[in-house]
Design a protein around this ligand. Structure first.
Ligand SMILES: [Zn+2]
Length: 337
């Protein structure tokens, strides 16, 4: 056994058998923000054999107060979060496989992303993606660990298909857009996000090693006001997702190709199918505009008052507007209809 795991193996709750199971496990971390960074790092340090990280965004200065895998060099290089995380994680543990995917999780790609993993950790920053994950994990019978953190309050819950309640047993329908507080509007305590992610990974390790101590409760924590509340949640027989087998979010009815990026002055345009753009060719095409950068993972250019990031899957983020019409026009004009 690799001596790096000695303190974990000597722990009676994990032991040799538990460590072997962790090394043979695969985990998908969806989103590489504050929760995803901490969760991915703990999973990689614990020796989980394959950690797949999915994130659609690039590292920004406003991320650094809580997203522990990133630094100022990543901001300067405008690196995608998944790639910056992969580099750091591989230096932490070279014996595990890090599979970084720079994509937006959507109905058309979520099943291939979760196929082959034993467990999913929720590191998303939006409720739509969580409902999609709930559908996908029920469909494939894969456990996932829900986590959320806003302000000083966080929540954690295991969703164990066929065993316990699913997300829609607790929250049957997503709230109307804009009705929930977000980290952008309300802020977030950086010790909260590390606490929530640590708790999520505690549950992940218990599930992966087959521990009888896996939580069956919805846990709410607030490290500022020193609160820790656990609530028993029951499965609802008439739940649309785990009771009646409906897959409303996987069926793609709730997601559109244009997304206002929550709380930020930016819009994402996703052409829905992977057009496979050549980023080198795009850079060459755009050089007549003025300043164009290509860092191996994305092309960045500036037009009028807008900054545009284009990824290899033809997805673009238009910064400087919240107007989908403007973003769509820029996309059509400079990248392709
Ligand atoms: Zn349910």
């Amino acid at each position: 056994m690799d001596p790096r795991y000695s303190r974990q193996v000597v722990l009676g709750e994990i032991g040799h058998e538990g460590q072997k199971k962790l090394c043979a496990s695969s985990v998908l971390v969806v989103g590489c923000g504050a929760l995803g960074c901490t969760a991915a790092e703990l999973l990689v340090r614990a020796g989980v054999g394959l950690v797949r990280i999915v994130d659609r965004d690039v590292v920004e200065l406003g991320n650094l107060h809580r997203q522990l895998l990133f630094d100022e060099d990543d901001v300067d290089a405008c690196l995608p979060k998944a790639e910056a995380a992969r580099r750091k994680l591989q230096r932490i543990n070279s014996t595990v496989t890090i599979d970084a995917r720079i994509v937006d999780v959507a109905p058309q790609n979520v099943l291939p992303l979760i196929d082959g993993v034993n467990l999913v950790v929720d590191g998303t920053d939006n409720i739509e993606t969580r409902y999609l994950l709930n559908d996908a994990c029920l469909e494939r019978d894969i456990p996932w660990v829900y986590g959320g953190a806003v302000g000083t309050t966080g929540m954690i819950m295991n969703i164990l298909p066929g065993v316990g309640p699913c997300l829609r047993c607790v929250f049957p329908e997503p709230p109307p857009p804009g009705s929930l507080p977000t980290c952008e509007t309300q802020g977030v305590l950086n010790t909260l996000t590390t606490t929530v992610a640590s708790q999520q990974v505690s549950e992940a390790i218990k599930i992966l090693t087959g521990s009888p101590m896996v939580s069956r409760q919805l846990v709410t924590i607030d490290p500022w006001y020193s609160k820790h509340i656990s609530i028993e949640i029951q499965r609802i027989p008439e739940c649309p997702a785990c009771g009646h087998g409906k897959r409303d979010f996987l069926d793609g009815l709730e997601l559109t190709e244009i997304t206002r990026l929550c709380g930020r002055n930016a819009v994402q345009i996703d052409p829905a199918q992977d057009l496979g753009v050549s980023l080198e060719a795009l850079r060459d095409k755009l050089t007549s505009l003025g300043k164009v950068e290509f860092n191996g993972h994305l092309v960045r250019f500036w037009v009028d008052d807008y900054e545009v990031l284009v990824f290899a899957d033809a997805r673009a983020i238009v910064r400087g507007t919240t107007d989908p019409v403007i973003a769509k026009r820029i996309y059509a004009r400079y990248i392709g209809a």
